[in-house]
Design a protein around this ligand. Structure first.
Ligand SMILES: NC(=O)c1ccc[n+]([C@@H]2O[C@H](COP(=O)([O-])OP(=O)(O)OC[C@H]3O[C@@H](n4cnc5c(N)ncnc54)[C@H](O)[C@@H]3O)[C@@H](O)[C@H]2O)c1
Length: 282
């Protein structure tokens, strides 16, 4: 019998996780709070499968079959018989804790409870349940169908068995996993990109090199697909400032202290692509 996955939150990440999982043979129930959100999520999945079919990377019958394995609901109780639950709702700790508390009361004893949080410590989410050993971070990247990485995050009490089950799930849906052995702020990926962005901004701020030259150095010198300042503009200077501040607060490591110019850019509204100006003009 196919294994059952419940995905909580049908936004950008939840719909992507549902998509790759259904394609890998999981029976998926996708839960959101409104029918409208569920419709947006399933429309996005259908459109994405359509693109893979058009490119000849997925057979039309396989796409149809995968779509047929996804059901939608606004009822959290639908997660009751799931083997794995992946939560991908807004990045708000209260919302996530409430969901994990509710899931704890209804899922099977041996279910794996995973969160796709990009920054909240897994331990803080797990402590909303009476089974923190069964809670783990599965940090997928956007767009989920294209990005090969899944960062597996051990909370303070996550068991080896839970980590192994999370790995089996993520690898089964086509991802390569890295393990974050301690539940540190920013995990591995956000810590790395924050350190790089902070140093790039310091070089830019102190006039050592232009934004273009700093990005060119990373692209041509290190083979990065995109330079750190262009990445900051794409992600949003506000989002990166928040992430970096959070890592700095938790770690007290000076290298994550955000340069002042990042704060002034956010104060001025120059937060990157979405505002039309950041380190570059759009
Ligand atoms: N966007 C990214 O690039 C990215 C990458 C990695 C991780 N993440 C993380 O993934 C999570 C989801 O991010 P996203 O970009 O998909 O957000 P999103 O805003 O696209 O989607 C969130 C969805 O959660 C739903 N939701 C809110 N409360 C809910 C509840 N109680 N029950 C069910 N659904 C509920 C919303 O209606 C919405 O559809 C966040 O924790 C985020 O930090 C995001």
């Amino acid at each position: 019998m196919a294994k059952k996955l419940a995905v909580i939150g049908a936004g950008l990440m939840g719909s992507g996780i549902a998509q790759v999982s259904a394609q890998a043979g999981w029976d998926v129930v996708l839960r959101d709070v409104t029918d409208e959100a569920l419709r947006r999520g399933t429309d996005a999945i259908r459109a994405s499968y359509g693109k893979f079919v058009a490119k000849g990377k997925l057979a039309a019958e396989a796409a149809e079959a995968a779509l047929g394995r996804i059901t939608t609901t606004t009822d959290l109780d639908a997660a009751a018989d799931a083997d794995v639950v992946v939560e991908a709702v807004f990045e708000k700790i209260e919302v996530k804790r409430e969901i994990f508390g509710a899931l704890d009361k209804l899922v099977k004893d041996d279910a794996i409870l995973a969160s796709n949080t990009s920054a909240i410590p897994i331990t803080k989410i797990a402590s909303a349940t009476g089974r923190p050993e069964r809670v783990v971070g599965t940090h997928f990247f956007s767009p989920v169908p294209m990005m090969a990485l899944c960062e597996l995050v051990r909370g303070y009490k996550t068991s080896e068995e839970t980590l192994a089950a999370a790995r089996e799930f993520a690898e089964g849906v086509g991802k390569t996993c890295i393990v974050v052995n301690r539940d540190v702020a920013g995990f591995v990926t956000t810590r790395l990109i924050s350190a790089l962005v902070v140093e790039a901004v310091k070089l830019y701020e102190s006039g050592v090199a232009t934004a273009e030259d700093i990005d060119t150095a990373c692209k041509l010198g290190f083979g990065h697909a995109m330079g750190p300042l262009a990445t900051a503009d794409m992600t949003g200077v506000d989002i990166l400032l928040h992430a970096t501040d959070n890592i700095y607060t938790e770690s007290q490591d000076e290298k994550f202290a955000p340069p002042e110019i990042m704060r002034r850019m956010v104060d001025a509204g120059d937060i990157g692509r979405k505002s039309g100006e950041g380190f570059y003009r759009y």
